[in-house]
Write a protein that binds this ligand. Structure first.
Ligand SMILES: CC(=O)SCCNC(=O)CCNC(=O)[C@H](O)C(C)(C)COP(=O)(O)OP(=O)(O)OC[C@H]1O[C@@H](n2cnc3c(N)ncnc32)[C@H](O)[C@@H]1OP(=O)(O)O
Length: 174
């Protein structure tokens, strides 16, 4: 298997129009529908990086700060920020556009974690992700901190073992 891949090789873009079936009673895109689209786009990204079947292991905080009205064009863009052993962190950002009005805003961004699995659902190692641009490098550098935070919150890592978080809060290591 390839030992490493550029982050840009996993770049995925998806574009959808918000239709009546996607909306709530205020004619805005349902949050769950948006999460579904984000999950698909991010999963394709993780597949591109690993060339494996992938499963969603976790989704970090997603905020819905502005409603996305019926008729908007939603563009999702994602790439693998960093790969660990079998898991990959995927960054995804969502833009909503009113094309006739010439308006475009970033509506959401989030980090998903996917795990590559074999045919029996067992985790399997993936290539390292190599960042190239400044943005990719910044997200790569901060990925270990986010990984430790989500694993602590999931009860999979003891807070005292979260070295990056301890350094962030300048806690004593002794
Ligand atoms: C695309 C989709 O929507 S798929 C459908 C929704 N998702 C699912 O059904 C997944 C269900 N969950 C699972 O199958 C399992 O819990 C798995 C495959 C995610 C993990 O399996 P485990 O037996 O716990 O494996 P293990 O403890 O070895 O962990 C494997 C990796 O998952 C990571 N992981 C496990 N849980 C989490 C979590 N909550 N958040 C982030 N990463 C996690 C681990 O850190 C590890 O990463 P690493 O290999 O890079 O170090």
């Amino acid at each position: 298997m390839t030992k490493q891949k550029f982050a840009s090789e996993s770049l995925t873009t998806m574009t959808e129009m918000v239709l009546p079936n996607d909306t709530n009673t205020l004619n805005n895109l349902m949050g769950g529908r948006l999460l579904h689209l984000m999950d698909i786009c991010a999963a394709i990204t993780a597949q591109k990086h690993s060339n494996r079947v992938v499963v969603t292991a976790s989704v970090d905080n997603v905020s819905f700060s502005a409603p996305i009205p019926l008729g908007s064009v939603v563009t999702l863009r994602s790439w693998v920020t960093r790969a660990f052993n079998s898991s990959m962190e995927v960054y995804i950002e969502v833009h909503a556009e009113n094309i006739p009005a010439g308006e475009r805003l970033m509506s959401n961004k989030a980090f998903f974690t996917f795990v590559a699995v074999d045919q029996l659902g067992r985790p399997i190692d993936v290539p390292a992700a190599v960042p190239q641009t400044d943005e990719e490098k910044a997200l790569f550098d901060s990925a270990l901190r986010r990984r430790q935070l989500r694993l602590v919150l999931a009860g999979r890592l003891k807070p005292q073992d979260a070295t990056e978080l301890r350094a962030l809060f300048e806690l004593e290591t002794a």
